[in-house]
Design a protein around this ligand. Sequence first.
Ligand SMILES: Nc1ncnc2c1ncn2[C@@H]1O[C@H](COP(=O)(O)OP(=O)(O)OP(=O)(O)O)[C@@H](O)[C@H]1O
Length: 255
Amino acid sequence: MTALFEARELGFAYRGRPDALADVSFTLETGENLGIVGESGAGKSTLLRLMLGLTRPSSGTLLTDGSAFDSRSRSALRAHRRFAQAVFQDPYSSLDPRQSVERIIAEPLRSLGIERARAAVHQRVSAALESVGLPADAAGRYPHEFSGGQRQRIAIARAIVPNPRLLLADEPVSALDVSTRVRIIELLAELGSGESPLTVVVVSHDLGVVAALCQRMLVLENGRVVEQGRTDAVLSAPQHPYTRRLLASVPRLPA
Ligand SMILES: Nc1ncnc2c1ncn2[C@@H]1O[C@H](COP(=O)(O)OP(=O)(O)OP(=O)(O)O)[C@@H](O)[C@H]1O
């Protein structure tokens, strides 16, 4: 079976800096959510930017559905935006405060040329709102009228409205309070188990988020993959000293 997404020996360096990523390889199968973990500066966000096509790898290859993806080609980039959408950490800065929720969510439909007819756009926005658990009348309101968790739902609705195959989420819950976090993680898990399953890739420094959401995980240390595999296997029997240190640094309540 062709993998949904594959990274082969990816490398990347910011100008004048040592490698931010080196020899990164992994495969994503449809419906198998992947968690990317590692300490600050390990290269998690850089890897996500490469996966989104926002940054071009210095070496290596990205494959979507078995075909090499060349982010120098405008048409390939456009097709890639339909394939992979993103949600970022801060639901306050990621939504334009001057635009209604309807306009915000409709943006990918218009910019990717998927749908322009008003009634059809409205219908897809309503369906996306329903999928993320917001009422249809949210469409006419503005971001400042919503809580942090609701704003993150709006950002998720905008990401799923073009029916992407991959949803890349960079620390999607770290700006939210604890109870809201749980509900957003549940929402992301539901999206990944629907009729047309969306595969979710989550970057998180929180191993709890990865354990709750991801069947597989990948551990980055200084831009290199030091361990990857099934989440339950990695968390219950970490093979690499760095993964053991990461696990040991998770705060626990006293027994
Ligand atoms: N725009 C940039 N210019 C130069 N170096 C950068 C830039 N962005 C990131 N880096 C460097 O690349 C490396 C990887 O950074 P990256 O942001 O991908 O790590 P991260 O694992 O996402 O960290 P965090 O958890 O703190 O967000 C770090 O050494 C960082 O300092």
